[in-house]
Design a protein around this ligand. Sequence first.
Ligand SMILES: [Zn+2]
Length: 116
Amino acid sequence: MWRRLGRGEWQTLHEALDNPDGDRLYAVQHEQACRSRAEREAAEREAQRPVCIACGQRFTDDRWNAVRGRWKIETDGLCRPCLDAHRERAEAASAARYPPPTSAALFSRSALRFGH
Ligand SMILES: [Zn+2]
């Protein structure tokens, strides 16, 4: 009695030799099983792909990889374009709040400190 790879049932040697399509059939079935599993895994992966909290776009692989496993900060919910826009706005806002000192301001401050 022989047991062939991928077959649940036992076969006699005669049956196994008498079944030349077996390996090819097995290969086809194996390929189909692999393909449908890959498709299912891809679908499951897509279902988990985060969606941007600002624009609703699904994350790209790059962006997903960047935030995967952390998702600790608010901006981790943003896709790449929204994150860039958010950073630009934040920079503009902080620049408006804390304007870089001009040379005139520096001069007047040092003038105050040393002026007599
Ligand atoms: Zn977005």
